[in-house]
Structures are given as structure tokens and as C-alpha cells.
Design a protein around this ligand. Structure first.
Ligand code: HMG
Length: 389
């Protein structure tokens, strides 16, 4: 009998501040309807000066370690596309902040927003090889576009941590996976740039093509028929994108694209992303958290997940929700991670957006802004200095 493997626990963290789309619209003269209805976004998380992918990643993972301990974790996979170092994996800092055992492999993975799904799939393989081991997957990103560009409304920041193991308490991941890769320049960030470059309309087209391609392969791998899924969990660069994607998939499969049915299939997946914004690698797993936190009992039901990363790579896969999963949820903590954010005005957000460390190798300290459990104290001799609060 094959071992059941999947997501045993899931926790997330986001930035200290929040910028409302109302404040952005007031600054740039955009009709607020475009943000609230057109792209389906209410607000976006903005990291404090002393937060980054490491502090958010460690904050997301700490409650998992507190609940399950460290002894079975022999691998940490950190997925990000807002990497802070070209050589050292951000996960090594997280490993240190969490005090994980030295008998552990730590690595960073990248392929735009898709990286966390690669991490999850690799984790499943490791656990299959030795079901006594657990893998800590951390997906952490800060989404940054140019100020005053169309992409600005689709920024955000968050980290999701997932414990992957045998006999999971939340979601059993199923074997068939639909895969798709195409070399497209829809969104990219050369090493010398802080903000991503994007061809907005091209990126939407590329996402839809990837949904189609990944689904086609999923059916060829003998995946489930569409009708079996209780809900569809999509990568959400902005929440309206999930609706576009699902309509496209239904059209492709020759199904009705009834707005109410689409709403029922997706509606409960968007609550966190609508107020956090694009968190790149974390986005699809924030959508999963929102669904599990809000839906009526999903025990035994199949969920579809579609992970997309520009450039582009996509994967369509599925999971079955485990009986008793509700006792493991972190609904209250998840909601608190969102409500604890402090609103920032447009000028304050802009100042944070423009902040960058000098590259002179000197000692540069960050103002103490975050109220989270970990902070980036500064940079000294080109070394990032983190501290637990
Ligand atoms: P834009 O040019 O500012 O907006 O770009 P628009 O003119 O396309 O309008 C957006 C929607 O608002 C349209 O609806 C308008 O009709 C509607 P649609 O036709 O799409 O259904 N609208 C209104 N609705 C109500 N009231 C109004 C109103 N006015 C207009 N008054 C865009 C929007 C998302 C392209 C831009 O923000 C952008 O470039 N964002 C970044 C790229 C992105 O998020 N792409 C998504 C797919 S790629 C992806 O998911 C990967 C990614 O996460 C990165 C990674 O993988 O690493 C980005």
C-alpha cells in the first residue's frame, strides 16, 4: 500500500504595513472600481524597513515548529523570486533563526511564482523515499513593480510555510500532475533590478495558455475529471485572474461558464489574496488557506490547484482534504496576521518602496518598525544581520 503524503500543516505571515487601493487610487487618479472590481484587489501588504523574505519566512514557519517540533525536519526548501543573495540560500538564515538541527539540507528554489510548487513536489519525493522525515517548505516573496506603473496595483508581500510529511493532517497530494513550460517574456527581473519588468497583457495571455497546457497534460496523466473537484485554487497575482483562468479552463473543456458556478468554485479562495496582494510563490497557498479556513466541511473532497510562474512554468495537480483537518487549521492566527497590519499612507509606502541599502560594505542599521517575531537589524560588511525579537 502506498504511503499517503501531503501538507501536514500550513501557516503564513505577511508584512507590517498595508496600503489600501483607495489610497493608491487617490494618488494616481484611477477609478477605484478598476481596483476593487476590475482586478479584484482591496489592499496590499507592504513590508517594514526591517522585514524581508527571511523575516516573513521565519515568522510563517515558527508556529509550525512550535506545534510539531524540529526533530523530523531534515530538509528546508525555500522558494522565492525576491532573492536577497546570489549564492547563499535565504533558508539558511531561517534555519538559524528557528534553531533547526544542523543535520539538515537547506536550498533555495526559483522559477517565478511557480517555485513553491516545485518545492512541494520535491518534498513529496523526499518523504516518499523516507516517510519518517518531514520537509519544511517556505515560500516567501515581496512583489515590487515600478512606482506609477500599471503593475503597482498588483504588489504585495507574504510568506507561507508548509510542513510536508506522511499521513498529513490537511491535504493528501495526489500523484498525477499536469505540467507545462514555455519560454515567454511576460514577466522577468534581471539581476541588476529591484523591480520586475512585465508586459501586463502578455502575462495574462501566457497564464491562460499555461492553464490550458497544464490541464491538457493532467488529463493525459489520467487525472480526475473537472466535475470531481469541490474547488479550484489558482495562483492569484490579483484575484480577478483566478476568474479569468477558470473561465478559460471551462471554455477549453466545453463547459458552461456560468458566473455563479465560477463564483462557487473560486469564491472562498480569494479572501486573503484580495487584501494581501501578490505574494508570488506564496499566492496559491494563501488561496488554499483561505479556502480551508472558510469553506463548509471539505473532508474527503478533492481540490484542484493551479500554480503558475511567469516565464513560464505551470502545474495542475490535486489533493484530497483529510478528515479532521479543521482541528489543525490556524484560522484565527491567519486572520490576525492580516488585521494586525498598520495602515500606511501613500507617502509612507513610497518611502519604503524607494528604500535600498547602500552597497558600500559599511554598517547600515534599519529603523525598528516591525512588531513581528524576527527583524532584519541591518547590513554590515555586506552581511545581513537578523535578530529574533
Ligand atoms: P492595466 O492596464 O492597469 O488594467 O493592467 P486594464 O486596463 O487591463 O484593466 C484591468 C481590468 O479592470 C479590466 O478588466 C478593465 O476592464 C477593468 P478585464 O478586461 O481584464 O476583465 N476596469 C474596470 N472595472 C470596473 N470599474 C472600472 C474599471 N476600469 C477598468 N472603473 C494588469 C492590469 C493586471 C495587467 C497590471 O496591473 C499588471 O501588469 N500587473 C502585473 C502583471 C500581472 O499581475 N499579470 C498576471 C498574470 S502573470 C502572473 O500571474 C505571474 C506573476 O505573479 C509573476 C510571477 O510568476 O512571478 C505576475
Amino acid at each position: 500500500m502506498s504511503v499517503s503524503i501531503g501538507i501536514h500543516d500550513l501557516s503564513f505571515a505577511t508584512g507590517e504595513f498595508v496600503l489600501s487601493h483607495a489610497a493608491l487610487a487617490e494618488h494616481n487618479g484611477t477609478d477605484l472600481g478598476k481596483y476593487h472590481v476590475g482586478i479584484g484587489q482591496q489592499s496590499m501588504s507592504v513590508p517594514a524597513a526591517d522585514e524581508d523574505i527571511v523575516t516573513m519566512g521565519a515568522a510563517a514557519a515558527a508556529p509550525i515548529i512550535a506545534r510539531h517540533g524540529k526533530s523530523q525536519i531534515r530538509t528546508v526548501v525555500f522558494a522565492t523570486e525576491s532573492s536577497i543573495d546570489q549564492a547563499k540560500a535565504a533558508g539558511v538564515y531561517v534555519h538559524s533563526l528557528l534553531g533547526l538541527q544542523s543535520a539538515c539540507r537547506v536550498v533555495e528554489l526559483k522559477q517565478a511564482c511557480y517555485g513553491a510548487t516545485a518545492a512541494l513536489q520535491f518534498a513529496l519525493g523526499l518523504v516518499r523515499r523516507d516517510p519518517t522525515q518531514q520537509v519544511l517548505v517556505v515560500a516567501s516573496d515581496v512583489s515590487k513593480y515600478e512606482l506609477d506603473s500599471p503593475g503597482e496595483a498588483t504588489q504585495g508581500a507574504a510568506a507561507v510555510a508548509m510542513l510536508v510529511g506522511a499521513d498529513p493532517a490537511l491535504l493528501r497530494i495526489e500523484e498525477p500532475s499536469g505540467l507545462f513550460t514555455a519560454d515567454v517574456m511576460d514577466f522577468w527581473r534581471p539581476n541588476y533590478r529591484e523591480a520586475a519588468l512585465v508586459d501586463g497583457q502578455e502575462s495574462i495571455t501566457a497564464y491562460l495558455q499555461a492553464v490550458e497546457g497544464a490541464w491538457k497534460d493532467y488529463t493525459e496523466q489520467n487525472g480526475r475529471p473537472l466535475e470531481e473537484f469541490a474547488a479550484f485554487v489558482y495562483h492569484q497575482p490579483f484575484t480577478k485572474m483566478a476568474y479569468k483562468a477558470h473561465r478559460h479552463l471551462l471554455n477549453f473543456c466545453g463547459h458552461d461558464t456560468d458566473a455563479d458556478a465560477i463564483g462557487r468554485a473560486l469564491g472562498q479562495t480569494t479572501a486573503y489574496n484580495a487584501v494581501i496582494g501578490n505574494s508570488y510563490t506564496a499566492s496559491v497557498y494563501l488561496a488554499l488557506a483561505a479556502l480551508l479556513d472558510q469553506a463548509d466541511d471539505l473532508a474527503g473532497r478533492a481540490l484542484a490547484l493551479l500554480s503558475y510562474g511567469s516565464g513560464s512554468v505551470a502545474e495542475f495537480f490535486s489533493g484530497t482534504v483529510v478528515a479532521g483537518y479543521r482541528e489543525q487549521l490556524r484560522t484565527e492566527a491567519n486572520r490576525a496576521a492580516i488585521t494586525r497590519r498598520t495602515p500606511v499612507d501613500y507617502a509612507g509606502y513610497r518611502a519604503l518602496h524607494e528604500r535600498a541599502f547602500p552597497s558600500d560594505g559599511g554598517d547600515h542599521y534599519t529603523p525598528a518598525q516591525t512588531t513581528g517575531p524576527f527583524r532584519l537589524a541591518g547590513i554590515s560588511g555586506h552581511k545581513r544581520v537578523y535578530e529574533a525579537r
